[in-house]
Design a protein around this ligand. Structure first.
Ligand code: 0X9
Ligand code: ZN
Length: 312
């Protein structure tokens, strides 16, 4: 039985996605965006509640394997879209055709359940390199959020050293997971108006770009809407999320999925949510914080949708 009182592994999440499509055949379909290095499907769901909805949004999670709260939150949101009795949320959800990719890094996600809880990257084997004396990471894998083609390895915040947890890979889109993501976006990208990518931890709402603090074209809109989203989150349980450009908000970093989408498709609203917490439990957020985290994040969704509807 699926729930949000504990974290669920890859098999359980995917079985649940299938069950949604069975339970809500008129509103939910599943699809496969592509396959991981080890051949696991990168499964997604498409949710459409209203026949004449036209705007398209994408929510993803677990580009980073150990960030379990991201998966718990995206699945919670999917479930709420389909079951909520809250009229504001229901109306907002109905305006959008939602695509969700709850586990972009299925190999890594599995690995964190069964081998190494704190693994971040995918499981691609890198050229022989001995990382045993390096405590910051192991030699396995590419950081998917450094493997996208915009400003790849441009100026800091990514590494060309395979031992690094921020290893960008030998070239952009060298990972099958990032390539799957790219080919999926070829279908929906030009219609995409909202992209949310869930990570943890730190409690930030970040927006492009990661290679520069120079403001993007719609900096004002991204900042203002991000601020309103953070206020909605705070009003729920008082948790404060910091809002800002990636490079100014956290650190310089290049090759992220958010930057690549913003640049490639000029998607109007692009946000990376760094979910709870602010540093006490870090990636090991206790399961009793899943529902509160997901609820406060959900409270920010109507804010984003209303902005899309208001001016277009
Ligand atoms: O460094 C990252 O990839 C993200 N932080 S995390 O601790 N979850 O690893 C931040 C991603 C922000 N976006 C980009 N860097 N493009
Ligand atoms: Zn992350």
């Amino acid at each position: 039985e699926f729930n949000w009182t504990s974290y669920h592994n890859y098999d359980v999440v995917y079985a649940w996605l299938d069950s949604l499509a069975e339970l809500y055949p008129k509103n939910v379909t599943t699809f496969i965006a592509g396959y991981s290095h080890l051949g696991l499907p990168i499964k997604g769901i498409r949710i459409q509640l209203k026949e004449n909805a036209t705007r398209v949004a994408l929510i993803d999670s677990a580009l980073h394997a150990r960030e379990w709260i991201s998966v718990a939150t995206s699945t919670y949101i999917a479930n709420e879209f389909l079951t909520t009795k809250n009229e504001t949320l229901k109306a907002a959800a109905a305006e959008i055709i939602w695509y969700m990719l709850p586990i972009v890094n299925p190999d890594g996600y599995n690995y964190t359940f069964f081998v190494d809880r704190l693994h971040r990257k995918n499981l691609q084997i890198n050229a022989t390199v001995n990382c045993s004396s390096y405590t910051g990471g192991n030699g396995i894998g590419i950081d998917l959020n450094r493997n996208f083609a915009y400003q790849w390895m441009a100026n800091g915040g990514a590494s060309d050293w395979p031992c690094s947890t921020q290893y960008a890979g030998p070239y952009p889109f060298s990972s099958p997971e990032a390539r799957a993501f790219r080919s999926f976006l070829e279908g929906i990208g030009k219609n995409l108006q909202l992209y949310l990518t869930f990570h943890s931890y730190g409690q930030y709402i970040l927006f492009p770009y990661g290679h520069t603090v120079n403001p993007i074209d719609n900096y004002y809109e991204q900042y203002t809407v991000g601020r309103m989203a953070a206020d909605a989150i705070e009003s729920y349980y008082g948790k404060k999320y910091i809002v800002g450009n990636i490079a100014e908000g956290v650190y310089l970093s290049t090759g992220g999925s958010d930057d690549w989408i913003k640049y490639t498709y000029q998607t109007r609203l692009v946000f990376c949510y760094e979910l709870r917490d602010d540093g006490y439990y870090t990636f090991l957020l206790p399961p009793d914080q899943i529902i509160p985290t997901a609820q406060e994040v959900l409270a920010s969704i109507p804010v984003l949708v209303q902005q899309l509807i208001r001016f277009d």
